[in-house]
Design a binder for this molecule. Sequence first.
Ligand code: ADP
Ligand code: ADP
Length: 220
Amino acid sequence: MIKLQNVEKVYRTSSIETLALNNINLDVKKGEFVSIMGPSGCGKSTLLNIMGLLDEPSKGIIEIGGTRVSSYRDKELAQLRNQKLGFIFQSFHLINDLSVLDNVEIPLLYRESSMKQRRELATEALEKVGLSNRMKHFPKQLSGGQKQRVAIARAIVGRPEIILADEPTGNLDSAMGNEILSILQNLNNDGTTIVMVTHDDAMAKKTHRLIRLFDGAQVL
Ligand code: ADP
Ligand code: ADP
């Protein structure tokens, strides 16, 4: 489902070069739930961003859902990202002056869909995360766990095959963190492939496979 071959990422600023990823080879199968761990600065977010086509590798080959990505022009890349991938971040990234329902509809605005279809799909996604009683609320009226559930609803509203989650429980207490993990596990049981960056050993243990990074390289 996600294949990386000899992927390297170098960040260049005026005077410094940072090798953020060093020859990464990965094959995440359809239906897998994989976690990524490693110390701060080891390249976890860079790896997730490259898998999510948010950032371009300096070298290497990437395949998403059987499609080789390197030769894609920007527009096609955006389309692939929009069709196959859903993103969840540590700090939720909700838009504060939009209601919960409007936040969840955002990814659908890039598709051909009527207002009624958008409403139906967003309502369905909010039901899946147990928030159908908060549709008219605004983000600041929600607890942290509820905000993350809205972000998950937004990630799944377009029915992506893959969810990429960058420390989705990093800002939550452990009870709420476990709630979020069990929502992700339900999505995974329904067939969604998930890659999650985490600092939490107990969470990583509940996934199928752990990838450890150190200084931009995989540790076996
Ligand atoms: P992690 O998510 O594991 O904390 P990151 O992927 O954010 O690690 O960063 C990996 C390395 O790349 C770090 O050394 C970081 O300083 C560097 N880095 C990340 N983003 C940039 C950037 N935009 N420009 C320059 N260096 C960066
Ligand atoms: P938690 O204790 O779970 O962090 P809060 O105490 O922040 O949650 O909120 C409890 C409930 O009240 C939540 O379900 C939230 O949706 C609702 N709520 C919190 N603040 C507001 C508000 N300003 N307006 C409307 N509802 C709110």
